[in-house]
Design a protein around this ligand. Structure first.
Ligand SMILES: *Cc1c(COP(=O)(O)O)cnc(C)c1O
Length: 225
């Protein structure tokens, strides 16, 4: 089942669009099923859940952290996390850098941009992100490498609005790339699109999608039930 759905999703992704299989709230057996079907990149959004799964999965899994991250929890995932999608403050970026250096690593990060209308979603506004980049303190953080931007669109049936939100993030990516990362080929990731809106996201320039439900089925809340 999971293998079939994974295959189906993969056939809909154009070349150059990376798939993050969002395994949050799904048991390790399900994650293993996707692993055996060839998937290596998985996304989790709760530190505690990731800490539980990571040691149970093969070492060549690339774990992406996609949820809101509190600075006091960075240390738990710093030894192995391969990409943190949810950087929403300079303070968090600084802590990731500090913990990465402690582990002798450099951790790849995305800047999370808030464009959705829901107040509950996290991220820099475009203006805040612009200002943070302009101020330049991020350049001194040797433990992190900025790889691009991430966002979530509003949860709405208004596809025009979803298109517009993704496009704002694409435009901001282009601006930041030209202004600050023209000499940084690693800054190329535009991560947006989930199960219900990834087709729109790809039309608006996404090259990394985070897909859970379309692969693993509906999540059962709460955790472990
Ligand atoms: C849960 C989650 C997803 C995946 O959502 P689906 O609708 O299940 O595909 C993507 N991104 C983030 C940040 C998430 O928390």
């Amino acid at each position: 089942m999971i293998a079939d759905r994974l295959q189906t999703v993969k056939t809909t992704l154009p070349q150059g669009v990376e798939l993050v299989a969002v395994s949050k709230y799904h048991p390790v057996e399900d994650v293993m099923e996707a692993y055996h079907a060839g998937q290596r990149v998985f996304g989790e959004n709760i530190v505690q859940e990731l800490r539980g799964k990571q040691p149970l999965m093969p070492a060549d899994v690339e774990w992406h952290f996609i949820g809101h991250l509190q600075t006091n929890k960075v240390k738990y995932i710093a030894p192995y996390v391969s990409l943190i999608h949810s950087v929403d403050s300079l303070k968090l970026l600084g802590e990731i850098s500090r913990q990465a250096i402690k582990c002798g690593r450099k951790i790849d990060c995305l800047l999370q941009i808030h464009v959705a209308e829901e107040e509950t979603k996290f991220g820099f506004t475009i203006d805040e992100c612009r200002q943070m980049l302009c101020e330049g303190a991020w350049r001194d953080l040797d433990g992190v490498r900025l790889r691009g931007v991430m966002c979530m669109a509003s949860n709405t049936d208004d596809t025009k609005q979803v298109h517009a939100e993704f496009r704002r993030v694409y435009d901001f990516f282009t601006e930041a790339k030209a202004e600050y990362f023209a000499d940084a080929p690693e800054f190329f990731i535009r991560c947006y699109g989930m199960s219900h809106d990834y087709n729109i996201a790809i039309e608006e320039g996404s090259n990394m999608v985070r897909i859970g439900t379309a692969i693993f089925g509906e999540r059962s809340y709460p955790l472990n039930s």
